[in-house]
Design a protein. Sequence first.
Length: 297
Amino acid sequence: MTTVNVRSIDALEELQTGLIRYADQAQVTLDAVQREVQRTLDWLDERVRHWQNEVRRSQEEMQRARAAYERCMASGDREHPPSCGHFEAAVYEARRRLAQAEADLRMAAEARKAVLAEVDVYQREASRLRALVQNDTPKAVETLRYKVTVLRSYTGGISAGGVVAGAVAFGAGLAAGTAVGVLHETDNMSVDSLQSSASVGDDADSMLQPGPYAKEFIPATDSGKQFSEIVREQIDKIGYTHGCHSCGSTDPGTKSRHFIPDHQPPSALRKPGQLQKLYPHCLACSRSQGGQVRHAH
Ligand SMILES: [Zn+2]
């Protein structure tokens, strides 16, 4: 999987817009080429029919010229031989025209055959491209739209131009990979909006919202308690650097020496569709929060 650094959500939105525009353009182009192919085939069909008629007409012309020449030669007698030179010339001329028409017909028929073979190859390519554009582009756009929404939610709805501080490691959007990135809560972000997106109660000391030591977080991909190695590693990195988001302790207090990824808002209190963030929690705060979640219910 390719990993790209996306410094700005705007870049993702541009990519999304670009994909939609690309899909539209591809459709328009495919339709135009299809019409052009049909026009070419129609024209070649018309040419073949035209030269078939010309060959038939030339054959009749040839028969008439030969009959006229033979009638001429049959006239007169031994003492008065007929003068049929111009009838003979007419036969030669008719034969020349017939040969030309036959050559033109062959050429048109071969061109038509060659174009049909090319069209056959093109049609296969075009239908693949059409399927790609019709099926995969909407999927890619959908994936991007979702990721933009996720990222926007972390910037607290800062409008266009809002930059996520720090690079977001991003699974290439088309692969619909799992995005795991570290986002920093810098001064650029509105703390109010971050808290409102996660807050449950008004109690400032509540563990049901990011604590006073919350500095960095990673986006939660689901509400489950199963965490990947990479999530564990990043949570530990944040925990050992900035401490438990609730109490600030850089000691996780666990036997495993791992911090406990804490969903904010807590999974139990998450509203449908609400996005969650992961912060490091020490063991004590994690246990304390469990009680609060149950109490809030
Ligand atoms: Zn703690």
